[in-house]
Structures are given as structure tokens and as C-alpha cells.
Design a binder for this molecule. Structure first.
Ligand SMILES: [Ca+2]
Ligand SMILES: [Ca+2]
Ligand SMILES: [Ca+2]
Ligand SMILES: [Ca+2]
Length: 552
């Protein structure tokens, strides 16, 4: 063991020596050889011309270390000359004139993954369900694939400006020598207008818009909107079953749903300790805001569970409809938020944090189009940069916290993660409730073995419909594979609600016994014939796969 350790130390010392600069100005080059050229003969000519040191790398190239490789490219037998000592992963830097003022681009490493703006293979469709988008805006006119209004107004008009601001963050044309750079360069927008003139949104319009976006081929849905959640005061809790069903429809269709956790200035008190709906629904990626100094602003709602990650949401710069900025005719940057009304001038809110995550999800799907929503969500959370007191947020503790979720969005790490080992998808999602929302299992097989996943923050329950005849016995066991301490609950036929039930109204027929990673449901003899519901539930913070066995 000692030998190994000292050899490693020696190797480390050698590596350090190699990375130290050898001569102040010497640079390294690759010199490509023309087909059929003699490597030795070309090496001699290169050495004489440059005065540097040359070695043969392979039959097709030489390496040259010299002050300069000027004139080498013109030598007989040389195909090309290329510098070798450049950083391989140069970040693409957008040339848009306001890009330097988009401080959030660096903070989330928006373009680090790409050495230059890549050619777009296939577009990724992102739905912006909002106040409409100014369809004539020069930064957005080529990015809007389709638009539909679910209120009494035109979808490509945006009198309020919110939707155009959100759309610009996601998809403003990058590298067009104009204005800002949107992050999602492969994105085509599906614009669904749902905000009424008074600024409110009906759950019907939202649900119709989600359905339209899914059917129209959206791969990501951005919801920079929401309503208050208050589990302690049901009277002011705005849970909507319709909204939950619409989100289920999207998740079932493989669509990533991103929502702002909401701003406390619309809540009963500030800061507010619960994420808004729809961010607080399972499978929805809830996004909180970060300030430029790394803190989480007071307006950004806290939530110990449904706050998934944080992204910049203060001092934001984006596109605005010209009709809005024209009210300030002396402002030169027409069509951008710095010329907008007060509320957009230095745009802030979780509304503007969520679109950065939507764009990141689109970039991940551009790399790996087959990713399931729960894979995108888990990769985004796992690759986030932890927000702690050291990064500027005094009340944010290590790893997940109620202020910043899993931390700051890191686009580079998230996109890289799509090329590494992927988390297991769950083919039964969404199956978070009893009734029609449960996953139906085959009626006939006596023994059912299946594998699925649970996640305390995003998918706390999987519910399966299991057919039992009167008198038939059922037993089950769940194995959390060393990670999950899952429980089993069996519910009687015609149960509709198990997650949001009032505790006194319904009780399970059986609960599993045991502690740890393996739990068993002792045999139950059915009192009536019908679809029973077997729920696998995760009461403690963890995430991973499980194996479920059902015998009847
Ligand atoms: Ca631009
Ligand atoms: Ca943290
Ligand atoms: Ca699941
Ligand atoms: Ca589930």
C-alpha cells in the first residue's frame, strides 16, 4: 500500500511539472501531413523554417513547439497547422450587444458546454403559457412556431409584457447582433395566451392551454404563474384538481413541466413558506429566485419539499413588446426591458427564474430527445450547484434547503449529465393518486413483479390498481434496494383520493409492517370484488428505485 501511495505522489508531482510553462512564449501546434508526404522530410522542413522542436505524432501529423508557426502552413507536404495549447472547452460567448448585461448567463453557465453556437439538429418545442408574446418582435418573430389564445384576445399581442419577457429569456435569437441572447438556441415557441386583461388566469384557460401545448408537440411547458398554497388554512389554499389533471396529462405525454414557486408579495405574508401551485404538484419542477449576490430574495417563496432548484430572478434583462416601450420614446433600446415600465425595468420575480430552467430542460432534450420528465428533473436537481452561506445565502444549509431547493441551475453540468449514466425512468408515471390516476396492473397474473422509482421531493407515492375477487387473498412486499424506506398501503375499491384526503374520512385496509428497506403487507382477504389500490409511499427524504412483488 505504501508503494502505491508514494507512486501516486510521484505521478502527481510529474503532472504538476508538465503543466508548468516550459518557455515563456513557446506554443504547441499540430501540423497535419498531406496524403503521401514523408513525415521525416516534412519534419525537417518544419524544423528549419520555424526553428522549433518537432516530433512525429502519427503518420498523419507532427507536433511542433515553437515561438510561432508562421510560414509553416505554406510548406510542401503540410495540410494544416493548428494550435494545441488552447483550452478545449471554450465557452461560446454570444455577440449580442446586451449579452454583457445579462449577468445571469455566466452565473448558470448558460453557454459553457458549447465551444461555439452549434448548428441546430432538431428544434425543441417549449410552450410559454402566459400573457401572449409580441409576435413581431425581431428577436422572437422566427422563434414562434404556433400561438393560440384561451382568453378573448390575440395570442401574438402582449399588452402586459410578461409573456414576451419570459419568451425572450428562453428563445430570443442569439448571435444575431441584436439585443439579448436567449438561452435555448434550439427552441421553437408554442405560445398559449391565458392571462386576462385584469392579470388573472382561470384554471380552465390554463388547463386548456396545457392540453393544447401537449397535443401541439410541446416537450417543455413553462408556467411562470401560480396560486397560493397553505396547508394550514384550507380556505386560502388554491389547489385545483383540474390543474393537477392537466399537469398529469402533460407528464403522461412525456412533457417536462416547469413552474415558478411564486412571489411572497402575492401571499398572505412575506416571506411565504410554501411554494405556489402548480409548482407544489408532484412532477412539476419548482423554481425559486436568486439575487446577483447569491442570496435568495425575500420575495421568493420558501418550501421544504416543492422548491426544486433556484435560478437568477433579480435584475433581469429581456425582451418587451415595442408597444410597451414606445411609451418612453426617448429610451433608445426599444423592445427591451430597460425601456419598459417600472415593473420590468430591472425585472425580478420567480417568473423570470423558471424560464431559465425551461430553457435548460430544452437544451438537455436537444442532446437526448428520449429523456423522460422525471429523468430531466432529477438530472437538473443533481447537477445544481449547492447554495450555502459560502455562496451568499446565509440561511441556506448544505444540500437541499427550503430557500434554494437543490441549488443554483448549472446548465453546463445538466447538459453534460445527459451524456453520463442516466437515472432509471418510471414507466408507470404519473400514478400519484387512486381512481383513474392510478396505474392499472393486469387482472390475471397471480404474481406481479415490477420495478419503479420514488422521490421524496417530486414523486412521493405510486398507486397501482389491483383487481381482487371477493375472498381472494393479496399479499405484497416492497424492497427499497438499499436506498428507499418505502411503505405499502392497501385501499378499498372506489377510493378516489389518498394524497389529499381528510384523515378521518378514509383509512387504509392494511398498512405494511417492518422498518428499513424491506417491508411486507400481510395477506388480506378481499371483502368485495373490485379494483383495489396498492400505494407505495415514501415518508422519509430519499430517492431511487424499488422492486414490488404482489401475490394473489
Ligand atoms: Ca439577440
Ligand atoms: Ca443548499
Ligand atoms: Ca414513481
Ligand atoms: Ca407516482
Amino acid at each position: 500500500m505504501r508503494v502505491l501511495t508514494s507512486r501516486r505522489a510521484a505521478a502527481a508531482a510529474a503532472a504538476l511539472a508538465l503543466t508548468a510553462p516550459s518557455g515563456a512564449t513557446a506554443a504547441r501546434f499540430a501540423v497535419g501531413l498531406e496524403q503521401g508526404a514523408s513525415a521525416a522530410a516534412v519534419a525537417k522542413r518544419v524544423r528549419e523554417t520555424s526553428g522549433g522542436s518537432v516530433s512525429i505524432l502519427a503518420p498523419f501529423a507532427l507536433t511542433l513547439e515553437a515561438q510561432s508557426a508562421r510560414r509553416v502552413a505554406r510548406l510542401r507536404g503540410v495540410a494544416y497547422v493548428e494550435r494545441l495549447d488552447r483550452v478545449r472547452r471554450l465557452a461560446f460567448v454570444p455577440t449580442d450587444p446586451f449579452a454583457k448585461r445579462q449577468w445571469y448567463l455566466d452565473s448558470i453557465k448558460a453557454f459553457t458546454f458549447w465551444p461555439q453556437l452549434p448548428a441546430i439538429r432538431a428544434p425543441v418545442y417549449v410552450a410559454v403559457i402566459d400573457s401572449g408574446v409580441d409576435g413581431s418582435h425581431p428577436e422572437l418573430q422566427n422563434r414562434v412556431e404556433d400561438a393560440r389564445s384561451f382568453v378573448d384576445d390575440f395570442p401574438r399581442k402582449d399588452a402586459q409584457g410578461h409573456g414576451t419577457f419570459v419568451a425572450g429569456l428562453i428563445a430570443a435569437e442569439a448571435n444575431n447582433a441584436l439585443g439579448i441572447a436567449g438561452i435555448g438556441f434550439p427552441v421553437k415557441l408554442l405560445v398559449a395566451k391565458v392571462v386576462r386583461a385584469d392579470g388573472t388566469i382561470s384554471p380552465e384557460a390554463e388547463a386548456k392551454a396545457i392540453r393544447w401545448a401537449v397535443d401541439r408537440g410541446a416537450q417543455v411547458i413553462n408556467l411562470s404563474l401560480g396560486g397560493t398554497r397553505d396547508p394550514l388554512q384550507p380556505a386560502r389554499d388554491t389547489f385545483s384538481q383540474l390543474e393537477a389533471s392537466a399537469v398529469d396529462y402533460a407528464v403522461k405525454s412525456g412533457v417536462v413541466v416547469v413552474a415558478a414557486v411564486g412571489n411572497g408579495d402575492q401571499a398572505p405574508s412575506l416571506p411565504w413558506t410554501y411554494a405556489n401551485y402548480p409548482a407544489a404538484l408532484p412532477h412539476v419542477i419548482g423554481v425559486s429566485a436568486l439575487a446577483r449576490d447569491g442570496s435568495v430574495p425575500a420575495f421568493s417563496n420558501r418550501d421544504p419539499i416543492y422548491n426544486d432548484l433556484a435560478a437568477p430572478g433579480q435584475d433581469m434583462l429581456s425582451t418587451l413588446p415595442r408597444a410597451l416601450t414606445e411609451t418612453r420614446p426617448l429610451c433608445v433600446e426599444q423592445g427591451y426591458s430597460q425601456c419598459g415600465p417600472k415593473e420590468f425595468k430591472r425585472g425580478e420575480g420567480t417568473s423570470f427564474a423558471a424560464p431559465l430552467v425551461s430553457a435548460a430542460a430544452a437544451l438537455m432534450l436537444s442532446e437526448q430527445p428520449t429523456l423522460a420528465p422525471e429523468q430531466v428533473s432529477l438530472l437538473l436537481r443533481r447537477s445544481a450547484a449547492d447554495v450555502t452561506p459560502l455562496t451568499g445565502c446565509a440561511p441556506c444549509w448544505t444540500e437541499h434547503d427550503s430557500h434554494s431547493g437543490w441549488g443554483r441551475l448549472d446548465v453546463d453540468a445538466a447538459v453534460r449529465a445527459t451524456h453520463a449514466e442516466l437515472p432509471r425512468p418510471d414507466q408507470f408515471e404519473p400514478n400519484d393518486e387512486a381512481g383513474h390516476r392510478a396505474a392499472t396492473l393486469g387482472k390475471r397474473q397471480r404474481v406481479l413483479n415490477l420495478q419503479a422509482t420514488l422521490d421524496y421531493w417530486d414523486d412521493r407515492a405510486d398507486v397501482y390498481r389491483v383487481w381482487l375477487r371477493r375472498g381472494q387473498r393479496l399479499s405484497a412486499s416492497v424492497n427499497g434496494l438499499g436506498l428507499l424506506e418505502a411503505q405499502l398501503l392497501l385501499w378499498r375499491p372506489r377510493t378516489r383520493v389518498v394524497q389529499r384526503r381528510l384523515p378521518a374520512t378514509t383509512r387504509p385496509l392494511r398498512r405494511s409492517a417492518g422498518f428499513g428497506f424491506s417491508q411486507r403487507l400481510r395477506p388480506y382477504r378481499a371483502a368485495t370484488t373490485g379494483w383495489h389500490y396498492l400505494e407505495v409511499q415514501l415518508p422519509v427524504p430519499s430517492s431511487g428505485g424499488y422492486a414490488l412483488t404482489i401475490r394473489r
